[in-house]
Design a protein around this ligand. Structure first.
Ligand code: ARG
Length: 620
């Protein structure tokens, strides 16, 4: 027995590990034995990569999970893949969790089937478990999630939904897995947009309007001044009033810039105005966060880090990392002939980059995170590349910095989503329309079923939950790195991979209990023997046991769509089961067993949606 053997675990039915992770540990031991006995040399650091080659079997007729590592190892040892697979199998101890492995299949696949007893016991445990059988991670990390982070004082647009919704879902999933998550909304509250508003306020304000609706007035000023600064010919041609203002203020762009500079330099009047504007700006976005049910542990915007910026540049300079280039200060990451990562402009102004460096330092000093995730548009990829490189040179390399990038939301025409007038679509208008359309749908459905018709307040609640859920889910079910086309018609459909379908599935599963007058809590308190004799019961049970694996895969690549795709699959397995087999009318022990499957499915679907930040309703 080698040293590694002594720790080899016993795989009895009482083990809590999810099947895939148990199997990966079993392969870990087997591969170590393979190496120890001289069949093929495997370095310890290779083991994790090799055991990850244990996945769900593509075709269930070959088993539940397959290991595919024999092929690569055979090549290395100059042996036949099937022989190598047989060598691995002979060293694989699957305890009571899997049926004893058979012969390798095809070019060396090692297929495993979860034993009936282990599966039934696993489902029973998950059914009785508040965590639904999801085992917390063995090594919790402290993870900062930097998300949403809009630039305030401009209206939030559809692009911000992605960061907000993806970031919120990831934060929820990581926390449920057992990590310590710190969410931080890195508001853009110090940028050039304030120069526009300050200039607009000083020259074009409507105090009456500000008193009644400060956000609307600030929004008007922002859009108007933006137009004057941009001075696009076709825009001005369509807007004579704006054209007249441009004629009146030919230096507007420079003046706006000067307002920003004054604010940053500590000018008393501009600071006072900034402080006066901020509550309105915050109120505006907070209203949207309330509607989206998104909250943050911290909202430390760019302004918070201003006192540290000069120190950051000095320190980079003192360490010989930053040096002057044409009056500006930058870090030359890719050699002297490539543009540097600028941390101070020639006019003395600090940049987005400087703030982000100060932010990393502050987070490390105060929170000591293991990881920081930045959920930000892919167009900022280069910024984050350079930021992370600079942070490492600066000696902050012990934290994992990850840019969780996402693509663009497109309109029907395949171009970035715009209103007919050509503006980017405001987030709030979008949510309103989603809710409006969901409400319409709910009223139509209620009209067809007058007896069960919900009252107005209930309808409004359904509309809000379904409408907002639809917008969120449509975003989350996309592979985050690709662009996607925004379509209300698609996202509100009751069939297919949509929030409405998933919410409907939950209502349907859970409706069984209310209709039959069964107390689910009481059911969970009594001992239930789960039986999975029918292949449809077994398939559903196995799927339910995969919840933890799926969340692990979401984390591996920070992709919430792995969860949406799986929930959809689970709902399908449930339908197949429920359409074919009696539940309430089932006889003998099958009844409670099937009720347990229904109960667990409902809770897993509900929890899955909850982890995506999507609510559910009792009735639809
Ligand atoms: N405010 C920025 C924007 O709207 C996003 C900030 C992302 N977070 C960060 N630490 N850079 O583009």
């Amino acid at each position: 027995m080698t040293a590694s053997e002594q720790g080899a675990p016993e795989w009895g039915l009482a083990r809590q590990d999810a099947f895939r992770s148990a199997l990966r540990q079993m392969f870990h031991v087997a591969l170590q034995r393979l190496s120890d006995t001289g069949v093929v040399a495997i370095a310890p650091e290779e083991l994790a990569g090799l055991t990850e080659q244990v996945r769900v079997t593509a075709d269930p007729k070959f088993g539940d999970y397959s290991g595919t590592m024999a092929m690569a190892l055979a090549k290395r040892a100059g042996r036949k893949p099937r022989d190598m697979a047989a060598e691995i199998i002979s060293r694989l101890d699957v305890g009571e969790l899997f049926d004893p492995p058979g012969e390798p299949v095809g070019p060396g696949f090692i297929n495993l089937r979860v034993s009936d007893a282990a599966l039934a016991r696993g489902v029973e445990r998950a059914f009785q478990d508040d965590r639904l059988g999801v085992v917390p991670v063995a090594e919790p990390a402290r993870i900062v999630v930097d998300f949403s982070s809009p630039n305030v004082a401009k209206p939030m647009h559809v692009g911000h939904i992605r960061s907000t919704v993806i970031g919120d879902a990831l934060a929820r999933i990581l926390a449920f897995r057992g990590h310590e998550v710190i969410t931080d909304n890195h508001l853009g509250d110090w940028g050039t947009q304030f120069g526009m508003i300050l200039w607009g306020w000083k020259h074009l304000r409507d105090e009456q309007a500000f008193a009644t609706d400060p956000t609307a007035e600030l929004g008007r000023l922002y859009r108007l001044v933006r137009k004057l600064v941009d001075a696009k010919l076709e825009e001005l041609a369509a807007d004579p009033a704006a054209a007249a203002l441009v004629a009146e203020h030919p230096e507007v762009a420079a003046e706006v810039h000067a307002e920003t500079v004054r604010l940053h330099a500590g000018d008393a009047e501009n600071r006072r105005l900034w402080q006066q504007f901020m509550p309105a700006c915050r109120g505006e976005i907070d209203r949207i966060y309330d509607r989206l049910h998104v909250s943050f542990d911290h909202t430390l915007g760019e302004s918070f880090y201003q006192p540290f910026l000069a120190g950051v540049v000095e320190d980079l300079q003192a360490r010989g990392l930053a040096r002057e280039s044409r009056g500006a200060m930058g870090v030359f990451l890719d050699g002297d002939d490539k543009p540097p990562f600028l941390v101070r402009k020639a006019d003395g102004a600090f940049l987005y980059a400087t703030t982000d460096l100060a932010t990393i330092k502050w987070r490390l000093d105060h929170w000591q995170p293991d990881r920081i995730l930045y959920v930000v548009d892919h167009r900022q990829g280069q910024h984050f590349d350079q930021l992370f490189k600079t942070a490492r040179l600066w000696g902050l390399g012990h934290v994992a910095l990850v840019h969780v990038a996402f693509g663009t939301v497109l309109g029907d025409d395949g171009r970035p989503f715009k209103t007919r007038a050509g503006d980017t679509v405001g987030l709030e208008a979008l949510l309103d329309e989603g809710v409006e359309r969901a409400g319409q749908r709910a009223r139509e459905m209620a009209a067809g079923e007058p007896a069960a018709s919900p009252d107005t307040i209930a309808l409004q609640h359904i509309a809000e939950t379904v409408g907002i859920g639809a917008v969120k889910y449509a975003d989350l079910c996309q592979n985050r790195t690709t662009d996607y086309v925004f379509s209300f018609d698609k996202m509100l459909q009751l069939t297919g991979n949509t929030a409405a379908y998933m919410q409907y599935a939950v209502a349907r599963v859970e409706g069984i209990f209310s209709k039959a007058g069964i107390d689910r809590e009481a059911l969970r308190r009594q001992p239930v023997e789960v039986r999975l004799d029918d292949p449809r019961e077994r398939a559903l049970g196995l799927e339910l046991m995969r919840f933890g694996e799926v969340l692990e895969d979401v984390e591996a690549d920070y992709r919430p769509n792995v969860l949406t795709g799986w929930l959809y699959e689970l709902a399908g397995r449930y339908s197949t089961f429920y359409d074919a087999l009696p539940v309430i009318k089932a006889e003998g022990p099958a009844r409670n067993s099937r009720l347990a499957l229904c109960d667990l499915t409902g809770r897993v679907l509900r929890k899955g949606l909850d982890l995506l930040g999507i609510g559910t309703v009792e009735k639809m």
